[in-house]
Design a protein around this ligand. Structure first.
Ligand SMILES: [Zn+2]
Ligand SMILES: [Zn+2]
Length: 351
């Protein structure tokens, strides 16, 4: 037996393309059992006013259902699927950008699933409430403005930060995906045959067609591009503090996409993180859709480490949705056995 689950979903409060309502609609239409909403550095999707004023009326008018509190950090949406009664569990979660420091600073993402609503001090650090000039949201806006400047001077485009913020980022927090989308829109407006587009495609060896948002993210504004700007890691929470915060919020800390991290000290990092988490650390695993052999090896290595250290595995799908990803699904099917272990870990904390 299996369950259809998405444990790593972004909405348009960070850099997902869809609103929480759209995500829930997708979950209902596709017959999902569990959706965890894990936006980058924001808990806004769980704001009560937003849920009451926007999410509930949409659910009511489209599916005659609603989001009901189920347990400490879970809501449920009852719905009919294939002529039977079902529930979509919606889990409170967050994906924190953290700074790991050994010899060099490294950006590590830690997801907290099943977390309680953070305290006001932490919400202010994120930039969800108040006007904290040092919040993560402000950091993202500064970095975004700087990357737009570099894009214009390096590619010759004339992107206007305020227009991009208004038309593309909206209520989200600006990330590279938004910039990639803004660039793609700009290229499409100019057309394949414009000198600027031809020049950019040639410089980045991208063939003759305007690339997808994903491709632009990994090439034109990718980590090795002169446009790329590292996240100012000195100003974000350390990995240790992030894990401890998630424990304090009664969540399960999950090391997101550990296969993206440097392999040479992966295990020693893992051992450290386990210590900070009182043994509660989980790590992400993934269906191997990609054809990239190195990527498969990295996921297998992480799975081996998880087994050795008896860690909980949490499926990752890192859903962003349209228009940033075409035809993406919220998650995948995983065995009941795997999902039960995650739910049991939540129950053990909640009891
Ligand atoms: Zn991430
Ligand atoms: Zn993510």
């Amino acid at each position: 037996m299996t369950k259809l689950v998405g444990f790593h979903i972004h909405t348009n409060f960070s850099d997902g393309g869809l609103s929480l309502e759209d995500v829930l609609f997708m979950g209902i239409i596709d017959g999902y059992d569990i959706n965890a909403i894990s936006d980058h550095d924001t808990f806004k999707a769980f704001d009560q006013t937003y849920i009451q004023e926007e999410v509930q009326p949409s659910l009511k008018s489209s599916f005659n259902t609603e989001l009901k509190p189920k347990s400490r950090a879970v809501f449920e949406v009852p719905y009919t699927w294939d002529n039977s009664e079902k529930h979509l569990d919606v889990i409170q979660a967050i994906e924190l950008t953290t700074c790991y420091h050994s010899n060099v600073q490294e950006e590590i993402h830690i997801i907290g699933i099943y977390i309680n609503r953070p305290d006001d001090e932490f919400l202010s650090y994120l930039g969800d409430i108040g006007n904290n000039k040092l919040s993560v949201r402000k950091l993202r806006e500064e970095r975004f403005a700087s990357m737009i400047k570099k894009t214009n001077s390096y590619l010759g485009t004339e992107l206007d930060k305020d227009v991009v913020m208004r038309e593309i980022v909206g209520r989200g927090c600006p990330t590279r995906l938004h910039l990639a989308y803004a660039l793609r829109r700009d290229f499409l407006n100019r057309g394949n045959n414009s000198d600027l587009v031809k020049d950019v495609l040639k410089r980045f060896k991208l063939g003759s067609n305007i690339p997808s948002v994903r491709k632009i993210t990994s090439t034109i504004i990718g980590n090795n591009s002169p446009i790329y700007e590292k996240f100012p890691l000195g100003r974000v929470i350390s990995t240790e503090d992030a894990i401890r915060k998630i424990i304090e919020l009664k969540g399960i800390p999950v090391w997101a996409h550990p296969w993206r991290s440097d392999v040479y000290n992966l295990e020693s990092k893992l051992e450290e993180f386990i210590k900070y988490s009182d043994g509660r650390l989980a790590i992400e695993t993934q269906h191997k859709d990609s054809k990239n052999v190195q990527y498969h090896k990295s996921i297998d290595f992480c799975k081996k480490l998880a087994k050795k250290h008896k860690l909980l595995l949490v499926p990752s799908h890192d859903f962003h949705g349209r228009p940033y990803e075409e035809n993406a699904t919220l998650g995948k099917r995983y065995s009941n056995n795997m999902i039960r272990k995650i739910e049991n870990a939540y129950r053990a904390i909640t009891r």
